[in-house]
Write a protein that binds this ligand. Structure first.
Ligand code: PNS
Length: 169
């Protein structure tokens, strides 16, 4: 539970954690867990991206994220399209949560955060770092390793590992 949570809270802080989550990794989960501790409510929002051909369908990603975030009562899984800041406004979120793994993430993330601020100055982007053990982990690498027959144990939750095995036997 976040620090200002509880029956007396006047101004609950809602944060959006947006992404493709194709698939959700242990790095995402690490960040979600950190987010649940400082925000009252965390909405994990999956982008419906019509341009990219995902490995997992939107409903598969919703199912997997729902399952792995079940331990946290203040986490919700949702789908969005269009502008992230418009979605955040609609959900009364004041924060966009993003993970930064390495310096290489920073430039792209800074650009997005500043553009989002230009579009909607009332919404703050908060960056958090996942545990070092996940600093080299990405959904893209997980998909590639699975496709090429490598082991993804420890990189993704067991439910995702099982589904990946059936996707790319
Ligand atoms: O997991 P990803 O692919 O790094 O997430 C990227 C995401 C979903 C955060 C970004 O593509 C996004 O916010 N898309 C929504 C469209 C939008 O608002 N674009 C302007 C960003 S400045």
């Amino acid at each position: 539970m976040a620090a200002n949570a509880g029956p007396m809270q006047k101004n609950p802080i809602v944060a959006i954690y947006p992404g493709s989550f194709d698939p959700v990794t242990n790095g995402h989960l690490d960040l979600i867990e950190r987010g649940t501790k400082i925000f009252d409510r965390l909405i994990v929002a999956i982008l419906r991206n019509l341009e990219k051909e995902p490995l997992f369908s939107l409903s598969e990603r919703v199912e997997m994220l729902g399952e792995v975030t079940r331990p946290w009562s203040n986490v919700e899984v949702d789908v969005f399209d269009g502008l992230l800041v418009a979605y955040a406004r609609k959900r009364n979120a004041r924060v966009i949560l993003r993970g930064i793994r390495a310096i290489s993430d920073y430039e792209y993330e800074l650009q997005m955060a500043l553009m989002n601020r230009k579009l909607e100055s009332q919404i703050e982007t908060v960056f958090m770092m996942p545990a070092e053990a996940y600093s080299y982990l990405s959904s893209k690498l997980v998909r590639e390793i699975a496709r090429l027959g490598g082991s993804i144990t420890g990189l993704v939750p067991p439910v995702v590992e099982q589904r990946l095995r059936t996707k790319v036997p």
